[in-house]
Design a protein around this ligand. Sequence first.
Ligand SMILES: [Zn+2]
Length: 466
Amino acid sequence: MIERVLPMDRYGRLLRDVMFPAWERLRGRPLELDRYLAETEWQSPEQLEAIQAGLLRRLVRHAYTHTPYYKRVMDAAGIGPEDIRSAADIAKLPMLDREVARATAQERTSDAPPFATVKKATGGSTGQPMELAYNDESQNWRVAIKNRGYRWAGYQMGVRSLHYWGMGAVAPKSVLHKWKADFDHFAKRELYVDCTPRGDDALAGVVTAIRDFRPEVILTYAQAGAALARYVTRMGARDWGTIPVIVGAERLWPHDREAMSAAFGPEIFETYGCREVMLIGSECAAHDGLHTSVENLIVELVVREPGGAVRIARPGEVGEVAVTDLHNLANPFIRYLLGDLATQREPARCSCGRWHPRIGPIEGRVTETMRDGNGNPVSGLVFNILFVPLAPFARQFQAVQHLDGSITLRVVLMEPGPIPPALTAHKDSFCAKYLPGVKVTIQAVDDIPPTKAGKRQVVVVERPPT
Ligand SMILES: [Zn+2]
Protein backbone atom coordinates (compact mmCIF):
# COMPACT_ATOMS: atom_id res chain seq x y z
CA MET A 1 0.00 0.00 0.00
CA ILE A 2 1.44 3.35 -0.99
CA GLU A 3 0.36 6.26 1.14
CA ARG A 4 -0.39 9.45 -0.62
CA VAL A 5 2.42 11.95 -0.06
CA LEU A 6 1.77 15.19 -1.81
CA PRO A 7 4.67 16.89 -3.54
CA MET A 8 5.29 20.17 -1.79
CA ASP A 9 6.65 23.45 -3.06
CA ARG A 10 9.13 25.71 -1.23
CA TYR A 11 6.52 27.74 0.59
CA GLY A 12 4.75 24.57 1.69
CA ARG A 13 7.97 23.18 3.10
CA LEU A 14 8.77 26.47 4.83
CA LEU A 15 5.36 26.38 6.50
CA ARG A 16 5.57 22.78 7.50
CA ASP A 17 9.20 22.59 8.59
CA VAL A 18 9.96 26.04 9.98
CA MET A 19 7.03 28.35 10.61
CA PHE A 20 4.55 25.81 11.95
CA PRO A 21 6.93 24.15 14.45
CA ALA A 22 8.00 27.60 15.71
CA TRP A 23 4.35 28.64 16.16
CA GLU A 24 3.43 25.40 17.92
CA ARG A 25 6.36 25.72 20.31
CA LEU A 26 5.30 29.27 21.06
CA ARG A 27 1.88 27.94 21.97
CA GLY A 28 3.48 25.28 24.13
CA ARG A 29 2.33 22.28 22.12
CA PRO A 30 4.97 19.56 22.15
CA LEU A 31 5.72 18.29 18.66
CA GLU A 32 7.27 15.18 20.16
CA LEU A 33 3.75 13.75 20.27
CA ASP A 34 3.44 13.94 16.49
CA ARG A 35 6.74 12.11 16.15
CA TYR A 36 5.73 9.54 18.79
CA LEU A 37 2.45 8.79 17.01
CA ALA A 38 4.24 8.48 13.68
CA GLU A 39 6.20 5.63 15.29
CA THR A 40 3.43 3.91 17.25
CA GLU A 41 1.18 3.78 14.20
CA TRP A 42 3.38 0.92 12.97
CA GLN A 43 3.62 -1.01 16.23
CA SER A 44 2.46 -4.54 16.92
CA PRO A 45 -0.80 -5.39 18.70
CA GLU A 46 1.19 -6.35 21.82
CA GLN A 47 2.98 -2.99 21.86
CA LEU A 48 -0.27 -1.10 21.36
CA GLU A 49 -1.95 -3.05 24.15
CA ALA A 50 0.96 -2.30 26.45
CA ILE A 51 0.58 1.42 25.78
CA GLN A 52 -3.13 1.26 26.56
CA ALA A 53 -2.66 -0.89 29.66
CA GLY A 54 -0.13 1.52 31.15
CA LEU A 55 -2.27 4.56 30.46
CA LEU A 56 -5.42 2.85 31.73
CA ARG A 57 -3.76 1.83 35.02
CA ARG A 58 -2.64 5.42 35.56
CA LEU A 59 -6.11 6.78 34.70
CA VAL A 60 -8.00 4.38 36.96
CA ARG A 61 -5.60 4.89 39.89
CA HIS A 62 -5.96 8.65 39.53
CA ALA A 63 -9.74 8.53 39.13
CA TYR A 64 -10.15 6.25 42.17
CA THR A 65 -7.86 8.29 44.40
CA HIS A 66 -8.92 11.77 43.36
CA THR A 67 -12.57 11.74 42.31
CA PRO A 68 -15.51 10.97 44.62
CA TYR A 69 -17.47 9.42 41.73
CA TYR A 70 -15.00 6.70 40.76
CA LYS A 71 -14.19 5.94 44.43
CA ARG A 72 -17.90 5.41 45.01
CA VAL A 73 -18.74 3.31 41.95
CA MET A 74 -15.61 1.16 42.14
CA ASP A 75 -16.12 0.49 45.86
CA ALA A 76 -19.73 -0.43 45.11
CA ALA A 77 -18.57 -2.87 42.40
CA GLY A 78 -15.97 -4.35 44.77
CA ILE A 79 -13.00 -3.46 42.57
CA GLY A 80 -9.88 -1.43 43.21
CA PRO A 81 -7.23 0.09 40.95
CA GLU A 82 -5.07 -3.03 41.45
CA ASP A 83 -7.71 -5.10 39.61
CA ILE A 84 -7.01 -3.20 36.40
CA ARG A 85 -3.87 -4.61 34.81
CA SER A 86 -4.59 -4.97 31.11
CA ALA A 87 -6.70 -2.97 28.68
CA ALA A 88 -9.20 -5.85 28.64
CA ASP A 89 -9.71 -5.41 32.42
CA ILE A 90 -11.65 -2.27 31.58
CA ALA A 91 -14.67 -4.60 31.26
CA LYS A 92 -14.69 -4.81 35.09
CA LEU A 93 -15.54 -1.12 35.33
CA PRO A 94 -19.09 0.21 35.02
CA MET A 95 -20.31 1.99 31.89
CA LEU A 96 -20.94 5.73 32.01
CA ASP A 97 -24.23 6.78 30.41
CA ARG A 98 -24.58 10.23 28.98
CA GLU A 99 -27.21 11.15 31.54
CA VAL A 100 -24.98 10.06 34.42
CA ALA A 101 -21.98 11.79 32.86
CA ARG A 102 -23.94 15.02 32.73
CA ALA A 103 -25.15 14.71 36.30
CA THR A 104 -21.72 13.78 37.71
CA ALA A 105 -19.45 16.30 35.98
CA GLN A 106 -18.59 17.83 39.37
CA GLU A 107 -18.23 14.52 41.16
CA ARG A 108 -15.86 13.27 38.46
CA THR A 109 -13.61 16.31 38.78
CA SER A 110 -10.20 15.47 40.21
CA ASP A 111 -9.07 17.18 43.44
CA ALA A 112 -5.40 16.87 42.46
CA PRO A 113 -3.40 18.15 39.48
CA PRO A 114 -3.38 18.12 36.55
CA PHE A 115 -6.40 20.41 36.64
CA ALA A 116 -8.63 21.28 33.71
CA THR A 117 -7.36 24.06 31.46
CA VAL A 118 -9.96 23.63 28.72
CA LYS A 119 -13.65 23.93 29.47
CA LYS A 120 -16.46 23.86 26.93
CA ALA A 121 -19.97 22.57 26.42
CA THR A 122 -21.06 19.95 23.92
CA GLY A 123 -23.38 21.10 21.19
CA GLY A 124 -27.12 20.88 21.41
CA SER A 125 -27.69 18.23 18.72
CA THR A 126 -29.31 16.03 21.35
CA GLY A 127 -30.82 19.06 23.04
CA GLN A 128 -28.92 18.31 26.24
CA PRO A 129 -25.68 20.21 26.49
CA MET A 130 -22.96 18.84 28.74
CA GLU A 131 -19.96 20.53 30.30
CA LEU A 132 -16.58 19.19 29.33
CA ALA A 133 -13.27 19.78 31.03
CA TYR A 134 -9.81 18.45 30.35
CA ASN A 135 -6.15 19.10 31.08
CA ASP A 136 -3.34 20.34 28.81
CA GLU A 137 -1.94 16.89 28.21
CA SER A 138 -5.31 15.65 26.96
CA GLN A 139 -5.61 18.66 24.67
CA ASN A 140 -2.17 18.00 23.19
CA TRP A 141 -3.01 14.36 22.51
CA ARG A 142 -6.27 15.32 20.85
CA VAL A 143 -4.46 17.65 18.47
CA ALA A 144 -1.70 15.14 17.72
CA ILE A 145 -4.20 12.35 17.04
CA LYS A 146 -6.18 14.60 14.72
CA ASN A 147 -3.01 15.64 12.89
CA ARG A 148 -2.12 12.01 12.34
CA GLY A 149 -5.58 10.99 11.14
CA TYR A 150 -5.66 13.87 8.69
CA ARG A 151 -2.10 13.12 7.57
CA TRP A 152 -3.26 9.65 6.47
CA ALA A 153 -5.57 11.47 4.06
CA GLY A 154 -2.76 13.66 2.71
CA TYR A 155 -3.48 16.75 4.81
CA GLN A 156 -0.67 18.43 6.65
CA MET A 157 0.64 21.89 7.24
CA GLY A 158 1.69 23.59 4.01
CA VAL A 159 -0.85 21.78 1.82
CA ARG A 160 -3.57 23.95 0.25
CA SER A 161 -6.78 22.95 1.98
CA LEU A 162 -10.39 23.91 1.41
CA HIS A 163 -12.46 23.77 4.60
CA TYR A 164 -16.08 23.50 3.56
CA TRP A 165 -18.10 23.46 6.73
CA GLY A 166 -20.43 25.39 9.02
CA MET A 167 -18.99 28.74 9.96
CA GLY A 168 -21.43 28.96 12.85
CA ALA A 169 -19.39 26.34 14.60
CA VAL A 170 -16.15 28.33 14.33
CA ALA A 171 -17.33 31.94 14.19
CA PRO A 172 -14.62 34.30 15.41
CA LYS A 173 -15.51 36.22 18.56
CA SER A 174 -14.66 39.74 17.36
CA VAL A 175 -13.41 41.70 14.39
CA LEU A 176 -9.90 41.46 15.74
CA HIS A 177 -10.25 37.69 16.10
CA LYS A 178 -11.60 37.52 12.56
CA TRP A 179 -8.60 39.45 11.18
CA LYS A 180 -6.26 37.22 13.07
CA ALA A 181 -8.08 34.10 11.87
CA ASP A 182 -8.10 35.37 8.27
CA PHE A 183 -4.36 36.02 8.43
CA ASP A 184 -3.78 32.63 9.99
CA HIS A 185 -5.73 30.90 7.23
CA PHE A 186 -3.96 32.86 4.53
CA ALA A 187 -0.51 32.10 5.92
CA LYS A 188 -1.34 28.44 6.37
CA ARG A 189 -2.99 28.10 2.96
CA GLU A 190 -6.40 27.31 4.35
CA LEU A 191 -9.52 28.53 2.60
CA TYR A 192 -12.71 28.47 4.66
CA VAL A 193 -16.05 28.40 2.86
CA ASP A 194 -19.33 28.36 4.74
CA CYS A 195 -21.33 25.25 3.82
CA THR A 196 -24.60 26.53 5.28
CA PRO A 197 -26.06 28.14 2.11
CA ARG A 198 -26.66 25.35 -0.41
CA GLY A 199 -28.54 26.95 -3.27
CA ASP A 200 -27.12 26.63 -6.78
CA ASP A 201 -25.59 30.13 -6.57
CA ALA A 202 -23.70 29.22 -3.42
CA LEU A 203 -22.55 25.90 -4.88
CA ALA A 204 -21.40 27.63 -8.08
CA GLY A 205 -19.34 29.92 -5.85
CA VAL A 206 -17.67 26.91 -4.24
CA VAL A 207 -16.81 25.47 -7.66
CA THR A 208 -15.19 28.81 -8.59
CA ALA A 209 -13.29 28.74 -5.29
CA ILE A 210 -12.01 25.24 -6.09
CA ARG A 211 -10.86 26.35 -9.56
CA ASP A 212 -9.14 29.49 -8.25
CA PHE A 213 -7.64 28.06 -5.09
CA ARG A 214 -6.82 24.57 -6.42
CA PRO A 215 -7.05 22.81 -3.06
CA GLU A 216 -4.91 19.71 -2.58
CA VAL A 217 -7.35 18.41 0.01
CA ILE A 218 -10.94 19.22 0.97
CA LEU A 219 -12.27 18.93 4.51
CA THR A 220 -16.04 18.86 4.76
CA TYR A 221 -19.16 17.81 6.60
CA ALA A 222 -20.62 14.72 4.96
CA GLN A 223 -23.91 16.23 3.85
CA ALA A 224 -22.34 19.46 2.63
CA GLY A 225 -19.66 17.62 0.66
CA ALA A 226 -22.31 15.37 -0.88
CA ALA A 227 -24.52 18.31 -1.90
CA LEU A 228 -21.52 20.00 -3.48
CA ALA A 229 -20.47 16.78 -5.21
CA ARG A 230 -23.94 16.26 -6.69
CA TYR A 231 -23.94 19.81 -8.00
CA VAL A 232 -20.50 19.33 -9.58
CA THR A 233 -21.64 16.18 -11.34
CA ARG A 234 -25.00 17.61 -12.38
CA MET A 235 -23.35 20.67 -13.94
CA GLY A 236 -20.45 18.70 -15.45
CA ALA A 237 -18.21 21.13 -13.57
CA ARG A 238 -15.35 18.80 -12.73
CA ASP A 239 -12.17 19.92 -14.44
CA TRP A 240 -9.78 18.67 -11.78
CA GLY A 241 -8.10 15.36 -11.04
CA THR A 242 -8.38 13.53 -7.75
CA ILE A 243 -8.76 15.74 -4.69
CA PRO A 244 -8.74 13.77 -1.43
CA VAL A 245 -11.76 14.58 0.74
CA ILE A 246 -11.72 14.28 4.53
CA VAL A 247 -15.26 13.86 5.76
CA GLY A 248 -16.36 14.41 9.31
CA ALA A 249 -18.96 15.73 11.73
CA GLU A 250 -21.89 13.86 10.20
CA ARG A 251 -22.58 10.27 9.30
CA LEU A 252 -21.17 9.42 5.86
CA TRP A 253 -23.82 7.50 3.94
CA PRO A 254 -22.63 5.14 1.18
CA HIS A 255 -24.57 7.01 -1.49
CA ASP A 256 -22.92 10.26 -0.39
CA ARG A 257 -19.50 8.66 -0.58
CA GLU A 258 -20.32 7.57 -4.13
CA ALA A 259 -21.42 11.08 -5.05
CA MET A 260 -18.16 12.53 -3.69
CA SER A 261 -16.09 9.91 -5.50
CA ALA A 262 -17.74 10.91 -8.78
CA ALA A 263 -16.92 14.58 -8.21
CA PHE A 264 -13.50 14.43 -6.53
CA GLY A 265 -12.07 10.98 -7.19
CA PRO A 266 -11.90 7.82 -5.08
CA GLU A 267 -9.84 9.20 -2.16
CA ILE A 268 -12.68 9.79 0.30
CA PHE A 269 -11.60 9.52 3.94
CA GLU A 270 -14.23 9.19 6.63
CA THR A 271 -13.38 10.39 10.10
CA TYR A 272 -15.41 9.86 13.23
CA GLY A 273 -15.20 11.95 16.34
CA CYS A 274 -17.13 13.96 18.88
CA ARG A 275 -16.64 17.01 21.00
CA GLU A 276 -16.09 14.96 24.13
CA VAL A 277 -12.90 13.25 22.95
CA MET A 278 -12.29 14.55 19.39
CA LEU A 279 -11.04 12.05 16.80
CA ILE A 280 -12.16 8.49 17.60
CA GLY A 281 -11.36 6.83 14.30
CA SER A 282 -10.02 7.70 10.88
CA GLU A 283 -9.76 5.99 7.56
CA CYS A 284 -6.42 5.12 5.98
CA ALA A 285 -5.60 4.78 2.29
CA ALA A 286 -6.95 1.20 2.33
CA HIS A 287 -10.49 2.63 2.77
CA ASP A 288 -11.51 -0.40 4.77
CA GLY A 289 -12.89 0.79 8.08
CA LEU A 290 -11.70 3.41 10.53
CA HIS A 291 -8.59 2.85 12.66
CA THR A 292 -9.31 3.78 16.27
CA SER A 293 -7.16 6.28 18.15
CA VAL A 294 -5.49 3.64 20.30
CA GLU A 295 -2.89 5.90 21.95
CA ASN A 296 -5.52 8.36 23.19
CA LEU A 297 -8.65 6.29 23.69
CA ILE A 298 -9.95 2.85 24.44
CA VAL A 299 -12.82 2.42 21.99
CA GLU A 300 -15.33 -0.34 22.74
CA LEU A 301 -18.44 -1.40 20.87
CA VAL A 302 -20.86 -2.88 23.36
CA VAL A 303 -24.19 -4.66 23.23
CA ARG A 304 -26.63 -4.49 26.12
CA GLU A 305 -28.22 -7.83 26.80
CA PRO A 306 -31.76 -8.13 28.09
CA GLY A 307 -31.36 -7.97 31.86
CA GLY A 308 -28.76 -5.24 31.76
CA ALA A 309 -25.52 -7.18 31.18
CA VAL A 310 -23.08 -5.61 28.74
CA ARG A 311 -20.86 -7.55 26.33
CA ILE A 312 -18.46 -6.59 23.55
CA ALA A 313 -20.03 -6.74 20.08
CA ARG A 314 -18.98 -9.67 17.91
CA PRO A 315 -17.30 -9.04 14.54
CA GLY A 316 -19.97 -7.95 12.05
CA GLU A 317 -22.33 -6.95 14.85
CA VAL A 318 -23.43 -3.39 15.55
CA GLY A 319 -22.67 -2.07 19.02
CA GLU A 320 -22.89 1.17 20.97
CA VAL A 321 -19.66 3.16 20.98
CA ALA A 322 -18.04 3.60 24.40
CA VAL A 323 -14.84 5.59 24.84
CA THR A 324 -12.32 5.91 27.63
CA ASP A 325 -10.26 9.06 27.47
CA LEU A 326 -6.79 7.89 28.53
CA HIS A 327 -5.21 11.31 28.99
CA ASN A 328 -7.99 13.27 30.67
CA LEU A 329 -7.06 13.03 34.33
CA ALA A 330 -8.80 16.28 35.27
CA ASN A 331 -12.31 14.98 34.53
CA PRO A 332 -12.12 11.26 33.81
CA PHE A 333 -14.44 9.65 31.27
CA ILE A 334 -14.31 5.87 31.55
CA ARG A 335 -16.45 3.68 29.27
CA TYR A 336 -18.54 6.66 28.27
CA LEU A 337 -21.46 5.74 26.00
CA LEU A 338 -21.61 8.29 23.24
CA GLY A 339 -24.99 7.34 21.83
CA ASP A 340 -23.53 6.30 18.45
CA LEU A 341 -23.67 2.89 16.80
CA ALA A 342 -20.85 1.28 14.82
CA THR A 343 -20.06 -2.12 13.34
CA GLN A 344 -17.45 -4.29 15.04
CA ARG A 345 -14.67 -5.76 12.92
CA GLU A 346 -12.41 -8.76 13.18
CA PRO A 347 -9.15 -7.74 14.89
CA ALA A 348 -6.74 -8.10 12.00
CA ARG A 349 -3.92 -6.24 10.37
CA CYS A 350 -5.12 -3.71 7.81
CA SER A 351 -3.72 -3.92 4.30
CA CYS A 352 -2.06 -0.55 5.05
CA GLY A 353 0.14 -2.43 7.52
CA ARG A 354 -1.30 -0.94 10.72
CA TRP A 355 -2.69 -2.98 13.59
CA HIS A 356 -4.81 -0.23 15.13
CA PRO A 357 -8.20 -1.92 15.56
CA ARG A 358 -10.81 -0.85 13.05
CA ILE A 359 -14.49 -0.10 13.39
CA GLY A 360 -17.13 0.84 10.89
CA PRO A 361 -19.28 1.60 9.18
CA ILE A 362 -20.40 4.19 11.72
CA GLU A 363 -24.14 3.73 11.80
CA GLY A 364 -25.03 7.04 13.36
CA ARG A 365 -26.79 8.12 16.46
CA VAL A 366 -28.85 5.72 18.51
CA THR A 367 -31.50 8.41 18.37
CA GLU A 368 -31.74 7.80 14.61
CA THR A 369 -33.37 4.48 15.32
CA MET A 370 -36.95 4.49 14.11
CA ARG A 371 -39.81 2.14 14.99
CA ASP A 372 -42.02 0.18 12.62
CA GLY A 373 -45.77 -0.27 13.09
CA ASN A 374 -45.16 -3.06 15.67
CA GLY A 375 -42.71 -0.97 17.67
CA ASN A 376 -39.66 -2.90 16.45
CA PRO A 377 -36.49 -0.82 16.00
CA VAL A 378 -35.48 -0.01 12.43
CA SER A 379 -32.12 1.67 11.89
CA GLY A 380 -32.39 5.01 10.12
CA LEU A 381 -29.74 3.46 7.90
CA VAL A 382 -32.43 1.71 5.83
CA PHE A 383 -33.23 5.04 4.25
CA ASN A 384 -30.04 4.58 2.30
CA ILE A 385 -31.92 1.94 0.34
CA LEU A 386 -34.62 4.45 -0.49
CA PHE A 387 -32.40 7.44 -1.17
CA VAL A 388 -30.39 5.83 -3.97
CA PRO A 389 -33.34 5.49 -6.40
CA LEU A 390 -34.63 8.89 -5.27
CA ALA A 391 -31.37 10.68 -6.10
CA PRO A 392 -32.40 11.61 -9.69
CA PHE A 393 -35.56 13.29 -8.39
CA ALA A 394 -34.39 15.12 -5.31
CA ARG A 395 -31.50 17.20 -4.12
CA GLN A 396 -31.98 16.64 -0.42
CA PHE A 397 -34.00 14.34 1.78
CA GLN A 398 -34.87 14.17 5.39
CA ALA A 399 -36.96 11.52 7.11
CA VAL A 400 -38.69 12.66 10.29
CA GLN A 401 -40.50 10.21 12.53
CA HIS A 402 -43.11 11.96 14.65
CA LEU A 403 -44.26 11.08 18.14
CA ASP A 404 -47.32 9.23 16.76
CA GLY A 405 -45.00 6.98 14.72
CA SER A 406 -45.84 8.46 11.32
CA ILE A 407 -42.99 9.58 9.09
CA THR A 408 -42.68 12.66 6.92
CA LEU A 409 -40.24 12.31 4.06
CA ARG A 410 -39.12 15.83 3.22
CA VAL A 411 -37.64 16.25 -0.23
CA VAL A 412 -36.18 19.17 -2.12
CA LEU A 413 -37.16 18.31 -5.68
CA MET A 414 -34.69 18.63 -8.53
CA GLU A 415 -37.38 20.35 -10.65
CA PRO A 416 -40.01 22.42 -8.83
CA GLY A 417 -43.51 21.07 -9.47
CA PRO A 418 -45.65 18.14 -8.46
CA ILE A 419 -44.12 15.10 -6.77
CA PRO A 420 -43.10 12.67 -9.57
CA PRO A 421 -45.17 9.43 -9.50
CA ALA A 422 -41.96 7.35 -9.64
CA LEU A 423 -40.87 8.91 -6.36
CA THR A 424 -44.13 7.94 -4.69
CA ALA A 425 -43.87 4.41 -6.14
CA HIS A 426 -40.34 3.94 -4.73
CA LYS A 427 -41.53 5.23 -1.38
CA ASP A 428 -44.50 2.85 -1.26
CA SER A 429 -42.55 -0.30 -2.10
CA PHE A 430 -39.81 0.70 0.34
CA CYS A 431 -42.21 1.32 3.20
CA ALA A 432 -44.12 -1.91 2.65
CA LYS A 433 -40.86 -3.81 3.00
CA TYR A 434 -38.91 -1.95 5.67
CA LEU A 435 -41.40 0.08 7.67
CA PRO A 436 -44.54 -2.05 7.76
CA GLY A 437 -47.48 -0.41 9.45
CA VAL A 438 -46.04 3.09 9.33
CA LYS A 439 -47.77 5.94 7.55
CA VAL A 440 -45.17 7.72 5.40
CA THR A 441 -46.04 10.99 3.67
CA ILE A 442 -43.90 12.81 1.11
CA GLN A 443 -43.65 16.55 1.58
CA ALA A 444 -41.95 18.72 -1.06
CA VAL A 445 -40.05 21.59 0.60
CA ASP A 446 -37.87 24.43 -0.71
CA ASP A 447 -35.06 23.78 1.71
CA ILE A 448 -34.06 21.56 4.59
CA PRO A 449 -32.49 23.88 7.09
CA PRO A 450 -29.33 22.71 8.85
CA THR A 451 -28.83 22.75 12.61
CA LYS A 452 -27.18 25.77 14.22
CA ALA A 453 -23.75 24.25 13.63
CA GLY A 454 -24.48 23.88 9.91
CA LYS A 455 -25.08 20.12 10.02
CA ARG A 456 -27.83 18.39 8.08
CA GLN A 457 -29.72 15.59 9.72
CA VAL A 458 -30.93 12.95 7.30
CA VAL A 459 -32.93 11.04 9.86
CA VAL A 460 -34.69 12.78 12.73
CA VAL A 461 -36.65 11.01 15.41
CA GLU A 462 -38.82 13.35 17.43
CA ARG A 463 -38.73 12.75 21.17
CA PRO A 464 -41.18 13.79 23.83
CA PRO A 465 -39.87 16.75 25.83
CA THR A 466 -38.00 15.64 28.99
ZN1 LIG B 1 -5.34 0.82 7.37
